[in-house]
Write a protein that binds this ligand. Structure first.
Ligand code: MG
Length: 190
């Protein structure tokens, strides 16, 4: 069974760094609970260009390397590494590849480098690989996955609150403990 996992704000709490950097670089105070739309520029007074600039800098400096995984992510993925084949599909730019792979090497995760992909067309790719379940925090990604019949665990974040779970194709999860429960159920169903 193949399971797809998004990186940012599912495994890596990138939002923490984004909030810090936007304050530091542009003097704009952002609170996570006010982050109601997926793209930061749609939630706060930051321009598309400023955001783009920030992303590009982050891809190359050491910001990405320093971020510690979200609680339970490494433990849960490793616990099921013999039961499932995990694919990590991120919409990060190719520019971030070197730093991202370095982060993986230091993460403690059990993973295969050939199963890490940098692609914003996640659903098509997931479908091509035969992925059955996908974990993501982006509403658009989740809805696209559903079109291919891929069940999604929607990782709860303030920017995805408006998407209603149906409990079948889309299930909202609040932590990696919840994901662990779902993995257990998937195994029991096999
Ligand atoms: Mg994400």
């Amino acid at each position: 069974m193949k399971i797809g996992v998004d990186l940012d704000n599912v495994v890596v709490p990138l939002y923490e760094e984004m909030i810090r950097l936007v304050k530091e670089k542009y003097g704009i105070e952002c609170k996570k609970e006010d982050w109601k739309k997926y793209r930061m520029c749609d939630s706060f007074g930051i321009t598309e260009e400023q955001l783009e600039q920030l992303y590009k800098e982050m891809c190359l400096d050491d910001t990405l390397l320093k971020i510690k995984p979200i609680k339970g992510a490494v433990e849960t993925i490793n616990k099921y590494s013999n039961d499932f084949e995990f694919y990590f599909i991120t919409a990060r730019y190719e520019l971030a590849k070197k730093k991202t792979l370095e982060w993986f090497r230091n993460s403690g995760l059990i993973y295969k480098e050939e199963n890490i992909f940098f692609d914003s067309e996640k659903a098509g790719l997931a479908n091509k690989f035969g992925i059955k379940y996908f974990i993501d925090d982006n509403i658009d990604v989740v809805l696209n996955m559903a079109k291919y019949g891929i069940v999604c665990l929607l990782y709860n974040q303030p920017w995805n609150k408006e998407l209603l779970e149906d409990g079948v194709m889309i299930k909202r999860v609040y932590s990696w403990k919840d994901i662990d429960e779902n993995f257990k159920n998937i195994l029991n169903k096999k």
